[in-house]
Design a protein around this ligand. Sequence first.
Ligand code: BGC
Ligand code: NOJ
Length: 811
Amino acid sequence: MQYGHFDDANREYVITTPKTPLPWINYLGSEAFFSLCSNTAGGYSFYRDAKLRRITRYRYNDTPTDSNGRYFYIKDGETVWNPGWQPTRTPLDFYECRHGMGYTVISGAKNGVSARQQIFVPVGDSCEIDRLILKNESGATKTLQVYSYVEFCLWNAVDDSTNFQRNFSTGEVEAEGSAIYHKTEYRERRDHYAFWAVNAPLDGFDTSRDAFLGAYRSNASPEVVEQGHCTNSVAHGWAPVGVHQINVTLAPGESRSLIFVLGYIENPAQEKWAAPGVINKAKAKAMMARYATDAQVDGALESLKAHWTNLLSTYSVKSGDEKLDRMVNIWNQYQCMVTFNMSRSASYYESGTGRGMGFRDSCQDLLGFVHLIPARARERILDIAATQFPDGSAYHQYQPLTKKGNLDIGSGFNDDPLWLIAAVSAYLRETGDFSILDEQVDFDNDPALARPLMEHLRRSFNYTLTHLGPHGLPLIGRADWNDCLNLNCFSETPGESFQTTGPSEGPVAESVFIAGMFVKYGREYADICDHLGLDDEAAQVRAAVVQMEQAILGPGWDGAWFRRAYDAAGNPVGSSECEEGQIYIEPQGMCVMAGVGVEDGQAVRALQSVAERLDTKYGIVLLQPAYTRYHLELGEISSYPPGYKENAGIFCHNNPWVSCAETVVGHGDRAFEIYKKTCPAYIENISEIHRTEPYVYSQMVAGIDAATFGEAKNSWLTGTAAWTFVDVSQYILGVQPTLDGLRIDPCIPHAMDGFTLRRVYRGATYEITVDNAAHVEKGVAAVTVNGQAVAGQVLPLAPAGTTVQVAVTMG
Ligand code: BGC
Ligand code: NOJ
């Protein structure tokens, strides 16, 4: 069953009922001002940091679901309705929501009046625009009242939802003209305020939530709207809101647009005040003036669309499979931008108040983003690397506003350092910009400890090398990629964090997954050394990698698959010797991607075991058999009911690893089959089972052991976006950035005749045609560039600004 459909020409998903199984959201903004916006106009906004600079308030896990946002109430006689249905939930005569690239348009109609709410964050500005276009579609004059509604958050979202003894007394606003200014704490240390303004004279306003809603009411039935006039309330403490009342009379066929701006302003300390107690509104007024007319808003929307057209033109394919094309060309790359911006901080599942930016998450997000805006990837790499400790280990998370490592969670996740190599290597392969390696970057955010970025990579590699366990495999620390495999935790106290309990450095528990990473990214690090002429270092690195491969194929090999780990007692995890959890997905994907066991058949055998033991119709589960009881020695993984999350859920993030791995051994049919199983566009028609948005990936789909097999959770913020883009763009379609140029090595279903692809790379455009008349799954028989044969599969670098025609014949 579907609740809408794709509109590829407009790069939109069109939702045709407000009653989607879960709120289906979009992200607006991709620089500093961000808004989350659901298909019923729910959601919230923040500036840079969802914890420290929250602009509007949201109640997670509230009932009814998703009942706070930017709302317009339209009062027509005694009927009150919202264009997006919520919060009044008055049945509509027409409803549609179009989620596009950085904008959302919600249209509703009731009793002969239509309302279109266009919502977006303009490129280069710190505000959300909400344009409301009303039209009288009836034959009689309509006299309407329109009320806008946003609820302000008192900046720090944690304090806002916990410290009521203080914050019920701090709220402050100013109302002037058609703008409401939210200035809580501006009197003291803050230098920022927000405003909610409209480009029309008001018939009233409210800034006190209690005055607007009335006692013991919800936003489903505000008293002011019922009574038909605002009270011009000024909030003192409690809950400041922004409400405008505008009375509108429309002749038959007449329409009217109202432009609302939710803005965020910072003032320098010496320019905070216009008069004692009166905020300096100059910048706010200038911002309002930028969006005062329809022509200005149209222009801003056009710029946003042009911005996305430009970004998405970097990589686009025509394959003859419309689902593949729409994911590669539109939604997968779009989600990569969102995960790059948010990491795992703010979604409808991540409250924005817990995790900041994850070290490993951000490094992986970069893999799917670096081709879009390399300059931002560069900046991110330098920020992340600055949170690394001098010994090469790393803070597991950092706060985006301060860019400082998060002490609450600390370090000890022993895969983290190697992800830095992965990210930098991806950046170098994309851009060829080796100057980044010379950048002086702090350790532990301390400028006194700054060293060139190359030294950070070296310490990353050496950290693993100097933290090996009894089998010569890397020590796992608190956990590796699988945050729930806590082999040094041994928690028996309810509520204790699995990620921070126990010694971070157990001397015994080892990870085969990190070993696979060490081989893959160790090789990439050696390539970087080669490029810099560091021959001795390259040779040492390669020798350590070979030794690690041997450890994987020795104690890391279980006979038919790669083991997952050794626990703190030295017992294998993910082995046929285990009672539960005999085989895990992660080492199969990572080790084969690294090339381990490809020569001698272990790689193919491991992937066969995945197909036999872990595959389901909705994707590959993380492990089998699921843990049915709590295993003290394994930690959080066994805390989940069987089939959910890391305990044998279909963790979408590592499905592409196995798909990539299948291409390494030449299985194009299987790689694509795996790709399709979790790919949103291919499972749109089971939206009633899947439940999350059919245009983006979710972190997890309930596995075969779960009662709700096939049900997804945690949509949007997942490393799945980046890894799937890497899988489909580099491993399946086979256009791979290397340090020397683009390498072409497709691995596709044999039935595919070929495809054409446009790739902008280091300033040049490559128009690539792949011909698979031979109907093979992998193998390149010939390559020409502008008609000239090329030896090998790496294309010569074309000068920036030029376009070259590349013809690839598979066979
Ligand atoms: C989740 C993991 C997550 C970890 C750290 C766990 O509860 O299951 O997916 O990585 O928390 O935040
Ligand atoms: C989600 C976390 O954000 C990520 O860092 C981790 O690798 C996965 N969960 C698996 O536990």
